[in-house]
Design a protein around this ligand. Structure first.
Ligand code: PEP
Ligand code: MG
Length: 883
């Protein structure tokens, strides 16, 4: 026969420990605390299987349930020495939900159950406190009528308010026992009037009513929405916990409180919590009275006048502190606890692993490992890699109010405050004048780089997680909200509207790139703090991991930032980003606009020394770490002037007529530039561009090699290869350049694998390529046939309808794109056993994707500088997970 009910209390519990799936989180922990000999009010748990059976069988209970509840209740009566419905010595119970995963506040609870006209008088005599007994009874009628009978709370609140007004009372505490007695009678009349039936007086009927209500609440709308958001399956069901009531509202030696075994916001090893004397749990939560601190130190720190629990109830406090320690030792993690003191006796009502901030998670993990409570590997597993974001950038104070005007994608983390500007030139100009600016654009293009650099943060109305704005902002460490679709920008009038509000150029806004929110005005910020624990945990993660972590960076500032964050090389230097600076853009435009090869070469000759200096700067910072430098990738038209103002400026600088410029722009225009004349296709058409870049790289290498005595490690990477032949041709040209350079430059040549055909032809390609770097941005785009810049508009529908679990530009699609990676890895290695392989798409900084890279046997991941620590931790976890 299936066991549906499990009793606990009195130092033991039925069933083995750790039955969380069966007993729910609360039930399992109550049983576990009882087994540890901790003071837990006895009770019993109806299993989650009852819930599942109930919904599987047309909302009817398993046949044996009634008998099992009777037996459990009898046991509970024996344990407490009280009788359910006994007039002289009544047993009262709480009935609470408790699912496997915590669903705070989503389901129903009934307290003080078992009270009726008779037992309330019994409780009054027994406690010697009639006011307390009647107060409990009226609370029960209110709660039960609301939760079980479906009446509105305010029915009872209105009766109470009128009663108080009529008698000139202000606070509930002013009401006497007789007042409550009179109100109870009014409450019961209200129930009768609303439902046509008396308030149930039979405790058994009350109990079944409450059990029905709690199981019923599993399917309420709130719970359903919460489950959907948290990925909790409906099939898990909830358990129901029936537990003897203990009372924190029995006078001045009674109390109730909540506590954490360590500070959940800082992680400090100090008991943290609050309590109220002479109160029930709901009073602490309801915020009617201001709770007192737990410890003397906390009281002194906060300058509180009311005594702490340590001072007011020293003996119980000492007991509680001992329980905290026992629980931490047992669960080996910080606990979140609810307790009640009834006339000087401590009772534990709940324990669970406590939620905490990233900062606290880090400190607690490192401290617990140092205390010997957990291993260093476990400490590494305890911190969610993505949460490190909170520690690396200034962030918004989570407790401060937020006036949200628009929401988009959380494209690049961190928060910033500034005044709105709508053009990159203005951003640069105002930033030079010392202003902090937020660049707001419909979308950004390479021409906006200087504005993005000058801005504190970037907001775009269009574009996804791998849009130009998102990729560049992440690389620069600028917070960015992309694809904020509610924003309507009007460049002409220099303003945008969102949610019916108008924001003008010069207005102050706050951008939260971690949540994707744009807020009006100046929100409160917290600065990052790289504490000692950060370095310690990183060192433990580094020791565990086998994947190397490199960075995607090209400016000396970004390269240095990444190195400081622990990058072990550059995995992707996007050389096109080096041309966007105003001074270089001119030369580059000259090159594109040149009418023949000779003209192009002349322009390239001017770019060569600039590029050489760029590469030398990077080599100097990276020292003996490998640097993968990718030759030019983007479509040429991106470099052409777009605005009238720009066209005029270029015309003046080059001497070409505006008409000629427009004609050339027209000529270069592509219907589908992402699939057009970009990547190695440019090198095939204009080999002189790649030859110049190869020369710049290798000459810089020789210069820095001589200067420092260490030859920089140069890895030249060709983008967007789809056939071995392309690579062969280009590698040949680069070899010819290398042969002309004095000082014996050394390099290896490799390719991005970012097209499905390249993945499939990997065996062939590896004949020339000495390394592969998976460009999963383009590989995702081309595998799905999904534009990386436009998909933000409709991908949310795909995720909402469960067609895709996550945005594949954020988290690698392991089934499809991942398969191609595995195929390429296998085929590549079949040709070249020691083929070095990494990933440099945006997925290189995503923890779930990093886990995949570890399993796929790649040698490294490469990500934007601010993600380097996240990747180090995720790689450490992937290695520990696979042990
Ligand atoms: C990629 O496609 O994944 C990649 C890294 O290149 P880019 O984002 O520059 O196209
Ligand atoms: Mg690419």
């Amino acid at each position: 026969m299936t066991k549906w009910a499990y009793n606990f209390g009195g130092g033991t519990a039925e069933g083995e420990t750790g039955l969380k799936n069966l007993l729910g989180g609360k039930g399992a922990n109550l049983a576990e605390m009882a087994n540890l000999g901790l003071p837990v009010p006895p009770g019993f748990t109806l299993t989650t299987e009852v819930c599942t059976a109930f919904y599987d069988n047309n909302q009817s209970y398993p046949e044996e349930l009634t008998d099992q509840v009777e037996a459990s209740l009898a046991k509970l009566e024996r344990e407490t020495g009280k009788g359910f419905g006994d007039k002289a010595n009544p047993l009262l119970v709480s009935v609470r939900s408790g699912a496997r995963a915590s669903m705070p506040g989503m389901m129903d609870t009934v307290l003080n159950l078992g009270l009726n006209d008779d037992t309330a008088e019994g409780l009054a005599k027994l406690s010697g406190d009639r006011r307390f007994a009647l107060d409990s009874y009226r609370r029960f009628i209110t709660m039960y009528s609301n939760v079980v009978l479906g009446m509105h709370h305010h029915t009872f609140e209105d009766i109470l308010d009128t009663y108080k007004d009529d008698r000139g009372y202000r606070l509930d505490t002013e009401l006497t026992a007789d007042d409550w007695a009179s109100l109870i009678s009014d409450y019961k009349s209200a129930v009768k009037k609303a439902l046509g039936e008396d308030f149930p007086q039979d405790p058994k009927a009350q109990l079944w009513g409450a059990i029905d209500a709690v199981f019923g609440s599993w399917m309420n709308d709130r719970a359903k929405v919460y489950r959907r958001l948290q990925d909790i399956p409906a099939s898990w069901g909830t358990a129901v916990n029936v537990q003897a009531m203990v009372f924190g509202n029995m006078g001045d030696t009674s109390a109730t409180g909540v506590a954490f075994t360590r500070d959940p916001s800082t992680g400090k090893k100090a008991y943290y919590g609050e309590f109220l004397i002479n109160a029930q749990g709901e009073d602490v939560v309801a915020g009617i009275r201001t709770p007192q601190t737990l410890t003397k130190i906390a009281r002194e720190e906060m300058g509180d006048l009311e005594p702490s629990m340590e001072e007011a109830l020293p003996e119980v406090y000492a007991q509680l502190a001992a329980v905290f320690d026992d629980l931490e030792k047992h669960y080996r993690d910080m606990q979140d606890i609810e307790f009640t003191v009834e006339r000087g006796k401590l009772w534990m009502l709940q324990t669970r692993t406590g939620k905490r901030t990233a900062r606290a998670a880090l400190k607690i993990a490192v401290d617990m490992a140092s205390e010997g409570m957990i291993s260093e590997d476990e400490a590494v597993m305890r911190v969610e890699p993505g949460s490190l974001d909170q520690l690396l950038h200034p962030t918004l104070d989570p407790d401060a109010p937020r006036d949200v005007i628009a929401t988009g994608l959380p494209a690049s983390p961190g928060a910033a405050i500034g005044v709105v500007v709508f053009s990159s030139d203005e951003a640069e100009m105002r930033a030079k004048g010392g202003e902090k600016v937020i660049l707001v654009r419909v979308e950004t293009s390479p021409e906006d780089i200087h504005g993005m650099h000058a801005a504190q943060a970037i907001v775009t109305a269009r574009g996804g997680m791998t849009s130009h704005a998102a990729v560049v902002a992440r690389g620069m460490g600028r917070p960015c909200v992309s694809g904020a679709g509610d924003i309507r920008i009007d460049y002409a009038t220099q303003q945008f509207t969102a949610a019916g509000r108008v924001v003008r150029a010069g207005d102050t806004v706050t951008v939260d790139g971690s949540s994707g929110q744009v807020l009006a005005g100046e929100a409160k910020m917290i600065q990052p703090e790289m504490s000692g624990e950060f370095a310690t945990l990183m060192a433990w993660a580094d020791r565990a991991r086998t994947l190397k972590v490199r960075t995607n960076a090209e400016t000396p500032l970004d390269v240095q930032t990444a190195k400081d964050f622990g990058a072990e090389g550059i995995g992707l230097c996007r050389t096109e980003h080096m041309f966007f600076e105003a001074s270089r853009l001119g030369y580059f435009r000259e090159m594109i606009l040149a009418e023949d090869e000779q003209g192009r070469r002349a322009a390239l000759d001017k770019i060569l020394p600039v590029q050489r200096d760029d590469f030398a700067a990077i080599f100097r910072i990276m020292g003996d770490l490998p640097c993968t430098i990718r030759l030019l990738d983007p479509p040429l038209h991106e470099f052409l002037p777009h605005s009238e103002y720009d066209v005029k400026a270029v015309s003046e600088a080059t001497g070409l007529s505006v008409g000629a410029l427009m004609a050339r722009a027209e000529e270069l225009h592509e219907t589908n530039p992402m699939l057009g004349h970009r990547g190695c296709r440019l090198g095939i058409s204009y080999p002189e561009i790649y030859e110049m870049q190869a020369r710049a790289i290798l000459e810089a290498q020789v210069v820095v090699g001589k200067e420092t005595g260490t030859m920089p490690i140069a890895e030249i990477m060709i983008p967007l290869i789809s056939s071995a032949k392309e690579l062969e041709i280009l590698a040949g040209k680069i070899a010819a350049v290398a042969a002309q350079i004095d000082g014996e430059p050394q390099y290896i040549i490799g390719t991005m694998i970012e097209l499905p055909r390249a993945a499939l032809r990997a065996a062939d390609i590896a004949k020339t390529a000495e390394f592969f770097s998976f460009g999963t941005n383009d590989l995702t785009q081309t595998t799905f046939g999904l534009s990386r810049d436009d998909s933000g508009r409709f991908l949310p529908d795909y995720v909402a309808q469960g067609i895709m679990e996550k945005d594949p530009f954020v988290t690698l699609d392991q089934e499809g794109v991942g398969d191609l990676i595995q195929i390429a890895a296998e085929r590549g290695r079949s040709t070249r056993k020691d083929l070095k392989m990494g990933i440099c798409g945006e997925h290189g900084g995503d923890p779930a994707s990093i886990e995949f890279c570890h399993r796929a046997g790649l040698s490294y991941v490469s990500c934007s500088p601010y993600r380097v620590p996240i990747a180090r931790l995720a790689a450490g976890q992937a290695a520990i997970n696979s042990i």
